[in-house]
Design a protein around this ligand. Structure first.
Ligand SMILES: [Zn+2]
Length: 180
């Protein structure tokens, strides 16, 4: 999945958890971090495993003080959101190192219109062996039209919540409007 969507969804999660804007922005960036594996010439690599963030999520109430429990919870949710979003998008090694496979969640829903309408739905988890290798060339879209539209819409909605509504957000983005 493209970086903007990873950012936007982690940012929205942080907003739902009522983090301050600067922390929500930071948590949005945490949502992108697993894709930095491309710097090591790998893609959808072990950095996408959901086990480390889930472990952090489960152990943080036991191991850490209440002061840092909430930030740890947010970091683990942002981190895990990346693996989950890639899992619904394409094959991802979300269970590494417990499993040496990559998994993909496929949800399909189709509407058939004949003499009477009929809806078919299916939910499957596909798997294939995870390739630990590095790539020599890499080619993936940074943005798609739908991803850009959904990502920007989500970010705008979240920002409008932080700024107390769309009008206040527009004033913030356009200082001349607020002066008028
Ligand atoms: Zn990824």
């Amino acid at each position: 999945m493209e970086p903007l969507l990873h950012f936007a969804i982690a940012f929205a999660l942080a907003a739902v958890l009522r983090f301050r804007l600067k922390w929500a922005l930071a948590l949005g960036l945490v949502g992108i971090l697993p894709d930095f594996d491309v710097l090591f010439f790998m893609h959808r690599s072990v950095s996408h495993s959901m086990l480390p963030p889930l472990l952090l999520l489960l152990t943080s109430p036991l191991l850490w003080s209440s002061r840092i429990k909430a930030p740890l919870l947010a970091v683990s949710l942002s981190w895990a959101s990346h693996g989950f979003l890639d899992f619904i998008d394409d094959y991802t090694p979300i269970l590494f190192p417990l499993s040496s496979k990559s998994y993909k969640l496929v949800f399909e829903s189709t509407l058939f219109m004949k003499s009477s309408p009929f809806i078919s739905m299916s939910l499957r988890v596909l798997e294939k062996t995870y390739n630990y290798g590095v790539f020599t060339s890499f080619d993936a879209p940074l943005f798609t039209a739908s991803g850009l539209a959904i990502g920007l819409l989500l970010i705008t909605l979240v920002l409008s919540v932080y700024y107390g509504g769309h009008r206040r957000l527009l004033e913030k983005l356009s200082p001349r409007m607020s002066a008028a």
